[in-house]
Design a protein around this ligand. Structure first.
Ligand SMILES: [Zn+2]
Length: 246
């Protein structure tokens, strides 16, 4: 980076709803950053839940490309700015989040992850959100739930080729990938330390989402790091939700 000082957490009035209407724009920040010699990464809020449901959200309807184009134009002139997003985590939107990061991995210089609102409607970083949550739950429970959210083992099922590829490419050390061997089927990712029961659930889900007929016993290949093994399983019938938390 060009300067000694760095601020990678900058929100602008046009793209983050928590910035006042007369708050700073890209240009305002660039002026200040140039004067005080600070590297800046624009990191506006990207909250999938609102982007999908709220027409007034700045990113509603695929506006992310406009956002990136605007920043890219500035980057042609200024070599001390980066494009980023502060991406809100939602437990039930992991596939979409993985796809987003995969789609934009080249265009974005930096992604900040955040959890403000693991219960929709109660953003704990606002005074009102936290106050109303405290009326419902004791603080100890709030803290426990907040941190537990990232510790669960998870099973994520790919529904199509695209999702299967995303799932395979984003697995981490210690994660388990499950596929059926002889018939078309999903790619399933199971994260975290899995108990024998959880492995059984994951294996059975892999068969459930494959083209196996009811009661057909199918070989499932499990791959974890450099280890591979095969288990026979039957499906349980397709589930309604494609994300299943243990
Ligand atoms: Zn922020």
């Amino acid at each position: 980076m060009r300067f000694k000082f760095t601020d990678f957490h900058v929100h602008t009035r046009d793209w983050s709803i928590d910035v006042a209407d007369d708050g700073p724009t890209f240009e305002d920040y660039i002026k200040v950053a140039e004067k005080h010699r600070i590297n800046v990464c624009f990191l506006d809020h990207y909250e999938l839940y609102y982007i999908e449901n709220d027409k007034t959200n700045p990113f509603y309807g695929g506006k992310i490309d406009d956002y990136l184009e605007e920043i890219d134009n500035f980057k042609e002139t200024y070599d001390f700015i980066l494009s980023g997003l502060e991406v809100e985590y939602y437990e039930d939107k992991e596939i979409q989040l993985l796809e987003l990061m995969d789609d934009y991995r080249k265009e974005l210089d930096f992604i900040g992850g955040s959890i403000h609102e693991w219960i929709i409607g109660y953003p704990i970083t606002t005074k009102e959100g936290l106050t109303s949550l405290l009326e419902k739950k004791p603080i100890k429970q709030i803290i426990d739930e907040y941190f537990r959210i990232s510790e669960k083992s998870k099973i994520v099922v790919g529904r199509n080729q695209r999702e299967n590829e995303v799932i395979s490419s984003l697995r981490r050390e210690g994660d388990t990938i499950l596929t059926v061997e002889s018939i078309p089927g999903p790619t399933v990712l199971a994260t975290g330390d899995l108990s024998p029961e959880e492995i059984e659930v994951a294996t059975s889900m892999t068969v459930s989402y494959s083209d196996a007929t009811a009661d057909q016993s199918v070989a499932v290949r499990l791959t974890r790091d450099s280890t591979q093994w095969t288990l026979l399983a039957r499906g349980q019938g397709k589930r309604n939700t494609r994300h299943f938390m243990i």
